[in-house]
Every structure is written in structure tokens, then in C-alpha cells.
Ligand binder design. Sequence first.
Ligand code: COA
Length: 175
Amino acid sequence: MNYRTDRLILRPWRESDRQPFASLNASADVMRYFPKTLTPAESSGMVDIIEQKMAINGWGLWAIEEKSSGAFMGFVGLNVPSYPLPFSPCIEIGWRLDSPFWGKGYAPEAARKALEIGFEQYGMSEIVSFTALVNTPSQRVMEKIGMVRGEEFDHPALEAGHPLRRHVVYRIKKS
Ligand SMILES: CC(C)(COP(=O)(O)OP(=O)(O)OC[C@H]1O[C@@H](n2cnc3c(N)ncnc32)[C@H](O)[C@@H]1OP(=O)(O)O)[C@@H](O)C(=O)NCCC(=O)NCCS
């Protein structure tokens, strides 16, 4: 199912999204707050998992299209993290857009729609988001969509001393 905002379409993935997604996942700029960039095979594997989860749940990490150009820009959406976190079980909202599309308020615009879908259509009661403490752009998106800053924690998949290990969680409730 497609969802529309003023400037964006949240939609299921297409085969033609795999190449631009691999390109943004290979970008050191886009991935600067992640432990590493992804190979094309890793990127494609991620699309496979996103599509599997979307087929099961109906919701997920939607492909985001710019209405004016038809360009695939990345993903925004909802996901159950695949590893245990201090606040598990949880549903997270997340985003990853290619750098030419940054700074236009696209991530918050798509994220507001994703929250609406989660709360209104799927009856979710709370949605969280978390990121490395150094990822201030992502925290700005969380603030813009009304999420409340919570506690800091060490990401369980990152070793002691890793510069991205310290994370912060934000939350928003249906009400
Ligand atoms: C985080 C991200 C989704 C923000 O998307 P966006 O559509 O640019 O969001 P906004 O336009 O609302 O900008 C949010 C903040 O990003 C930062 N930002 C915007 N344009 C930027 C640019 N060209 N370069 C660096 N930072 C930028 C600013 O801090 C901005 O906050 P401000 O509006 O108060 O100035 C996007 O930067 C991204 O995909 N980053 C790479 C992947 C990532 O880190 N994902 C989150 C993992 S938890």
C-alpha cells in the first residue's frame, strides 16, 4: 500500500530501488554514524529482510519517493529491532535518506506519516527511536516529530571504546 504526504510517497520497495539503495549504503557520508558502509550484497540482503517483514506485518521500512521527481530517496518507517535492547520489546521508527535529499525536512515529513500509520491503523501504543549520541541530525528529526528524549545506553552490538557505542533513546506515545 502507498501512503502520500505533501511531497512524498511511502511505498513498497521495487526492484529498481536496489541499485540506488546500494549506492547510498556505500556512501561514507550517509553511513558516517554507522559502524561501516554496506556492500551491494549486504544492501540487497537488507531489502530482502525489509520486504519479508513488510509482507508479514503490512507495515515496515517503506521506500520513500520524491513526488516531484519520482526519485527513490531511501527509507523511513517502522521496525522491530532484530537484537535485544535495554527497552525491548519495542517498535522503532527509523530513517536513512541519500545525502542530496537532506535538509528539506523530508525525513520528519515521512516520519509523521509513519507514526500516524502505526498509531491509527495498527494500534501501536508507543514507538521509540534511538541513535548514536553523536548523530545529532537524527535526534533533530526525533525532536521535530514530537518524540521525548529518554535515557542513554550502550549499544549491545558495539564493543567498549567504540565511538558510536553510546546511544540515546527517544519515545512517543499514541496520546
Ligand atoms: C538523519 C536524516 C534522515 C535527516 O533527514 P532530513 O530529511 O535531512 O531531515 P531534516 O531536513 O529535518 O534535517 C534534520 C537535521 O539534519 C541536519 N542536516 C540537514 N541537512 C544536512 C546536511 N546537508 N548535512 C548534514 N546535516 C544536515 C541538520 O542538523 C537538521 O536539523 P535542522 O533542521 O534543525 O537544521 C538524514 O540526515 C540521513 O538519512 N542521514 C543518514 C542516515 C542516518 O544517520 N540515519 C539515522 C540513523 S539512527
